[in-house]
Ligand binder design. Structure first.
Ligand code: SF4
Length: 199
């Protein structure tokens, strides 16, 4: 898709369609100008799935790592990370065309340690932090918050995430636009549906 480029994937407009796992990784990346291995993989294939091509991906990661205070040099980037990104696009090594991770794959990886941003925030965030995030997405109703936090307590993370999708797309879905299978079990499905509702 033409509007998915290095310069736009981190824009408010594109990020508004992303599930919490993706916005959390992007925020972590932008704040740190770096990202550890699992986050690079999870975010990298997610971005690939939304339509970021390999050239734009290289530009995006290079800009994110090199620009800003404390950023690395482009020599270091080329030496240490370029291969990793090209590999993700099936252009190096075994030439596997890696698919974006679904929620079960995300949830099957080790949980993020301090300074890591991969994973699923519905599982990994402290409840207070999660509620804060929900509030900043415009979810403030106590019943809604309780329903989401109940899903989380039952370890039904994708159900919590689907509920958040429904609440944050209430107006767009009013027009009768509905999906056969509402349950969202893939970060890229979340993104695609959100974009679809925008049209
Ligand atoms: Fe991402 Fe899936 Fe977790 Fe939603 S449920 S935040 S899409 S990993």
């Amino acid at each position: 898709t033409a509007d998915i480029q290095a310069s736009t994937v981190g824009s408010a407009k594109i990020m508004s369609h992303m599930p919490l796992c993706a916005t959390n990784m992007l925020q972590g990346l932008f704040a740190n100008h770096h990202m550890k291995y699992t986050g690079r993989q999870q975010l990298g294939v997610f971005l690939k799935g939304i339509g970021l091509n390999v050239d734009e991906a290289l530009k995006f990661w290079q800009d994110s790592f090199c620009n800003g205070a404390g950023g690395m040099t482009s020599e270091t980037f080329n030496k240490e990370y370029k291969y990793n990104i090209r590999h993700m696009y099936g252009l190096e090594g075994g030439r596997i065309n890696y698919k974006p991770w679904n929620c079960s794959t995300v949830l099957a990886k080790p949980k993020p340690s301090k300074g890591e941003f991969h994973g699923c925030p519905y599982r990994d965030f402290h409840p207070d932090k999660l509620v804060g995030e929900l509030n900043s997405m415009g979810i403030n109703d106590n019943q809604d918050i309780t329903a989401i936090m109940d899903d989380v307590a039952k370890t039904e993370y994708t159900i919590a995430c689907t509920r958040v999708f429904e609440l944050t797309h209430k107006n767009q879905m009013k027009g009768g636009k509905n999906f056969d299978q509402m349950h969202i079990n893939h970060p890229n499905l979340y993104f695609d549906r959100s974009r679809q509702l925008e049209r």
